[in-house]
Design a binder for this molecule. Structure first.
Ligand code: FES
Ligand code: FE
Length: 399
């Protein structure tokens, strides 16, 4: 298979050729190049709250240690000993230093080598620190990458951190986390996540909460204009005026990185995204009252955070193989809030039921694509986001 030929043959506005969704060879290339440059949600600050707290997370087949240092900074390291390469940590924990269990080489929390028994004279131990991985804590969210440039995150931090602080993300706690391992290529997962063409037929619960789905133009031709009007009225009359996103909804698109934030009403008089529209947890962060809004913050394509008045959802999309992707959802609530003020089942209901449905949709999609009868099909006008995403992916993969 010639990748350049495959890319050249791709019709703009049509779904990808089969090998992009199935080939181990293409996945291996992506893993070492395009995927390695992207940013992913790896955790929440509460998981490494104190100095010496660390978590161990897999990213694109690599194991990373994410640890808070004595200076309060969260750093990432490849979980590979500089002696003879053993894994160092197997599970999350807390320690004053990181010791490899094989021959007891010990690393400080900043990754430098502290001690290595019986080394011969003349070895420069300053060159034997753990290999750093790009990891950064932004407004309570731990982002990681394999090859991303930390400097490239600075404008993203400046843009998104005020909203994360406003929503109380840094001091939140994890109320629930659920895993949805999905048998489908990561692009099928992302394409599904980016379009709501399927919402009406496939997500009755989502549509029952997001009452403006119709107004979003997803099922009617004048929907986009009506949605714009709904949004403007809400921003003017009901939205908390102190939100850093406010009506300055923004989108930055750069060749390698695009990110953005929006704030919108849930609609239908709902205060939050629950079955009855009533809160599942106390108000978070600096918000003065329930305004029925949802803020979304993104670093495309894998980082996606939805912040309601009473809870925040972190989405993790983690490619794990040519035809497997882990989807992980984490629900955050105010750090001080406890049951009975936090109703976990009520909190997780909407996106748990929706993600279970999406997993089934993606797996059916993947099964059909494996057929010899599959050929690319045209994206509809309601699938402009996946169409753009696929275009960007192809352009950047060809670089
Ligand atoms: Fe880690 Fe030997 S491999 S101390
Ligand atoms: Fe869906």
């Amino acid at each position: 298979m010639n990748l350049q030929e495959l890319i050249a043959r791709q019709r703009p506005g049509w779904s990808l050729e089969q090998p992009f969704y199935t080939s181990a060879e293409i996945y291996d290339l992506e893993r070492k190049t395009w995927l390695a440059r992207q940013w992913y949600v790896l955790g929440h600050s509460s998981e490494v709250r104190e100095s010496g707290s660390f978590i161990v997370r897999d990213l694109l087949g690599e194991s990373l240690i994410i640890v808070r240092g004595n200076d309060g900074t969260v750093r990432g390291f490849f979980n590979v000993c500089r002696h003879r390469g053993s894994r160092i940590c197997d599970a999350d924990g807390k320690a004053a230093s990181l010791m490899c269990p094989y021959h007891a080489w010990t690393y400080r929390l900043d990754g430098t080598l502290r001690s290595a028994p019986a080394l011969p004279e003349g070895i420069d131990t300053s060159q034997l620190g753990l290999r750093p991985a790009p990891v950064k804590e932004i407004g309570g969210v731990i982002l990681g990458s394999l090859q991303g440039e930390l400097e490239s995150l600075e404008p993203v931090r400046q843009a998104l951190e005020p909203a994360l602080i406003y929503h109380g993300v840094p001091n939140a706690r994890i109320a629930a986390r659920r895993h949805y391992p999905t048998r489908g290529n990561w692009k099928l997962v992302m394409e599904n996540f980016m379009e709501c063409y399927h919402c009406f037929p496939a997500h009755p619960e989502y549509c029952s909460v997001m009452r403006h789905v119709d107004a979003l133009g997803r099922v009617s031709s004048d929907g986009a204009a009506r949605w714009q009007q709904t949004l403007e009225e809400w921003l003017r009359n009901q939205a908390n005026p102190d939100s850093p996103i406010g009506n300055q909804q923004f989108n930055f698109t750069a060749p390698v990185q695009s990110y953005g934030a929006t704030r919108a009403p849930i609609g239908g008089g709902c205060k939050t995204q629950t079955k009855d529209g009533e809160p599942a947890a106390p108000l978070m962060g600096e918000q003065s009252r329930f305004d029925g809004g949802v803020s979304t913050l993104r670093i495309d394509p894998f980082v996606y955070i939805a912040a309601l008045n009473d809870y925040v959802r972190l989405f993790q999309f983690l490619p794990t193989g040519p035809e497997t992707t882990d989807v992980v959802l984490t629900w955050l609530v105010d750090g001080e809030a406890r049951e009975p003020d936090v109703d976990i089942e009520k909190l997780v209901w909407l996106w748990d039921v929706t993600t279970v449905q999406d997993k089934a949709l993606i797996e059916r999609n993947a099964a059909g694509i494996r057929s010899t009868a599959y050929s690319p099909g045209p994206y509809s006008t309601l699938e402009s986001m996946p169409a753009q995403f696929v275009g960007r992916y192809l352009r950047e993969l060809a670089l």
